[in-house]
Design a protein around this ligand. Structure first.
Ligand code: NCD
Ligand code: ZN
Length: 336
């Protein structure tokens, strides 16, 4: 029986720029209605002009109709209320990176001094601009996200009207934090629903599964699956699809990021079917995001999937996707 998904949304996506943008934008714009676009270009997207120009480049590269890039700015504690007011209509959210924690995040925040952050975060809260956070400390790699939970709590308490999205959560600790604060929400990736650290480093090292935050323990994946499969109202799908050229992944010093955009809906469908939760997929990939991000308009797109084998290409341009060369059980058979 065919499965349909209406208006799928990817609430955390890296599209990059230039040739890479031309390779990946058509893939997301084909099967998604919209996506939150990460600002970690070099240099990062941090002015109104940057946002407008980048959005135009994305739309030019997209090739498919009915796809809206929801733009973000790279958080800086120096953003004034006047600046935020002037840029508000162009951005859907602002993305905060701890300095140096992941790809192209060098200009991010260090120290998390609440008084230093207060003017910008209060202005965002008044203007209703959600704050997306890459929640990792610079502690031991497996503990970074759990250690960051106290910072999420500090921010959620100090700015109770600010919508805070815990991006790409990977731990039971983050899942548990969701229900403790009314203003905390989360995105969950495909790869963190599918793999654990064992898949990355338990046998021969798998560079195409290496990402930040690193995949964690089976019990963490279980906690993520539990909330995703029941489409907990505070979680949304955000692929964190993060393309890097093959030579940057298969190298001494592997770049962090898993490329999943072209396989995400197929794999999610299989996961939700396997667990007899297919009725919740629509909420996980669309309805929850529309409710959480009250500032987005979503173009119409209907994706039909059927249980037919789909062999994942070995590469898209110079990017190797997750499950390259493997055969998935669901195929997209129509897009309207
Ligand atoms: C992302 C990238 O490559 O831009 N990498 C990743 O491992 N997820 C950045 C990020 O979201 O951390
Ligand atoms: Zn990301």
């Amino acid at each position: 029986m065919p499965i349909t998904i209406n208006n799928p949304l990817d609430m955390h996506l890296h599209l990059r720029d230039a040739d890479m943008l031309k390779t990946v934008a058509p893939l997301s714009s084909e099967s998604f209605s919209g996506a939150i676009i990460m600002p970690n270009l070099v240099p990062p997207v941090s002015t109104k002009e940057d946002v407008i120009a980048y959005k135009k480049r994305i739309l030019n590269a997209s090739e498919h109709p009915n796809f809206t890039p929801y733009m973000t700015l790279f958080f800086k504690p120096t953003y004034s209320k006047e600046f935020l007011e002037s840029v508000k209509d162009e951005v859907t959210a602002i993305k905060l990176y701890p300095a140096g924690i992941t790809t192209n995040s060098e200009g991010g925040v260090s120290g998390f001094d609440v008084e230093e952050l207060r003017p910008t975060l209060e202005a965002m809260s008044e203007l209703n601009i959600p704050l997306c956070i890459h929640g990792e400390t610079n502690g031991f790699v497996m503990d970074r996200e759990a250690e960051f939970v106290s910072i999420y709590e500090m921010l959620a308490t100090n700015f109770p009207n600010l919508k805070i999205i815990m991006e790409h959560i990977t731990t039971k600790a983050s899942v548990e934090a969701l229900d403790r604060f009314k203003n905390l929400y989360a995105t969950i990736t495909l790869h963190h629903l599918m793999i654990t650290l064992d898949d990355v480093a338990g046998g021969m090292l798998q560079p195409h599964l290496f990402c930040k935050p690193i995949a964690k323990r089976p019990e963490d994946r279980e906690a993520l699956r539990k909330v995703a499969l029941k489409a907990h109202p505070k979680v949304m799908f955000g692929s964190d699809s993060a393309p890097h050229p093959q030579h940057a992944k298969e190298s001494c010093g592997c770049a962090a990021g898993v490329f999943t955009a072209p396989i995400a809906l197929q794999v999610l469908t299989e996961l939700f079917m396997e667990h007899s939760n297919i009725e919740n997929l629509q909420a996980f990939v669309s309805e929850n995001a529309k409710r959480i991000y009250t500032n987005i308009e979503v173009p119409n797109k209907t994706i039909t999937l059927e249980k037919k084998p789909f062999t994942v290409p070995n590469s898209y341009g110079e990017v190797v996707p997750m499950y390259a060369g493997e055969t998935l059980n669901y195929t997209i058979t129509a897009i309207q």
